[in-house]
Design a protein around this ligand. Structure first.
Ligand code: UDP
Length: 354
């Protein structure tokens, strides 16, 4: 059995060691019904925070948070953050929630589709979530004098040359501004620029992390969502062909969701993380072909590996430098890939066999 409670407890035990607690804090989480957002909602509720989960349920899923809805500290708002929204007061041309009148302490902006498979069909809404959505989240943070936490991405680095891998936060990126990934990469970069602009002009306390490939229970499955880990698990469990793009020599570093959520919450909380990007991801590398073999082994599958064309601008090599994460956040990933994948596979079996 996959033990979700144990994973949540693990995050909180680790945070407790450094007295990181959001107890009694009022926290707005955009994208709160998504993969990472819903883990954050649960972790913070366990700590005694009061959560407003805002999601338009386009890629986020009600199933991820419906069990939280009876908790008096949890409020769900069905809304797209790229449309202005205000809490505690009314504003012209904006959706207002005057009945939610308590001051917010944190605004955490996680709303955005993130799968390369979605970049074609949802390019405009992805651009809006990370530009207009970030601006609106910053507007709320400004009105409440709250800390703004923004989930940026390793995609800000684009496809760095080999001498820039592992990649530190000082690297400015090698991004194709008009390529098939640009709706995500460039809008995430613009989101960082919005954070810095609000910091400069309004002295807003902004925190932002660059998230590297993350996997675990609740990651969306189904071919149209297309992240490599859920794709391979789904294919292996069904004995379907495993679709390796290109020759599979491209490298990724995969972070288990428990490690990632711990890192994100440390970043949001720790004052020294203010105003600077920090890589949060694993630095252990694996090729996509080796990943295919590993998932095949762990699922005891009869699937065959097949090769499909490598998508345009697919990064060849992605690995973070973790110096800032280690020194500023006192964070590093703990979960072995085999262990994280085994838990994820178990969750897939229990969730999709129901
Ligand atoms: N990939 C693959 N087969 C799939 C899905 C993805 O070989 O069915 C590859 C993809 O081309 C990329 C890597 O796996 O090189 C990671 O892809 P993912 O979509 O998970 O995230 P990315 O790192 O590209 O944002």
């Amino acid at each position: 059995m996959y033990d979700h409670e144990q994973d949540l407890n693990e995050i909180n035990t680790r945070l407790k060691k450094d007295n990181i607690s959001f107890k009694d804090k009022n926290i707005l989480i955009t994208g709160g019904a998504g993969f990472l957002g819903s883990w954050i909602c649960e972790t913070l509720l366990m700590q005694g925070a009061k959560i407003i989960c805002l999601d338009n349920l386009s890629s986020g899923q009600w199933d991820n948070v419906k069990h939280l809805n009876s908790n008096p500290n949890f409020t769900f708002i069905h809304h797209d953050i790229s449309i202005p929204i205000y809490f505690g007061r009314t504003m012209p041309n904006a959706v207002s929630y005057p009945n939610i009148s308590e001051k917010l302490d944190y605004v955490m902006h996680l709303a955005s589709r993130a799968s390369p498979f979605e970049f074609k069909n949802f390019a405009i809404s992805i651009l809006k979530s990370n530009t207009l959505g970030t601006m609106n989240a910053l507007g709320i943070a400004t009105a409440h004098q709250a800390i703004l936490f923004y989930s940026s991405t390793s995609e800000c680095y684009g496809n760095p040359p080999p001498d820039q891998v592992p990649t530190s936060e000082d690297y400015w990126g090698h991004v194709n501004p008009i390529g098939p990934r640009s709706c995500y990469d460039e809008s995430k970069r613009a989101g960082e620029a919005f954070c810095k602009a609000y910091e400069l002009q309004h002295n807003i306390n902004v925190h932002f992390v660059r998230i590297f490939n993350t996997y675990g229970p609740r990651i969306r499955s189904g071919h149209e969502f297309g992240r490599v880990v859920p794709n391979f698990i789904h294919q292996c469990l069904n004995d379907d062909p495993i679709t390796v793009f290109g020759d599979g020599t491209q490298i990724r570093c995969l972070t288990y969701v428990v490690d990632e959520i711990e890192g994100l919450l440390r970043d949001a909380y720790i004052p020294e993380a203010r105003g600077i990007p920090i890589n949060v991801g694993n630095d252990k590398m694996i090729s996509i072909l080796d990943l295919a073999h590993l998932i095949k082994e762990l699922t005891d599958s009869n699937s065959k590996i097949i090769h499909k064309p490598l998508p345009i601008d697919d990064p060849i090599l992605r690995q973070p430098v973790l110096t800032r994460a280690k020194t500023i956040l006192n964070w590093e990933p703990h979960t072995e890939l085999r262990d994280g994948l085994s838990k994820t596979i178990q969750w897939f079996k229990e969730t999709f066999d129901k």
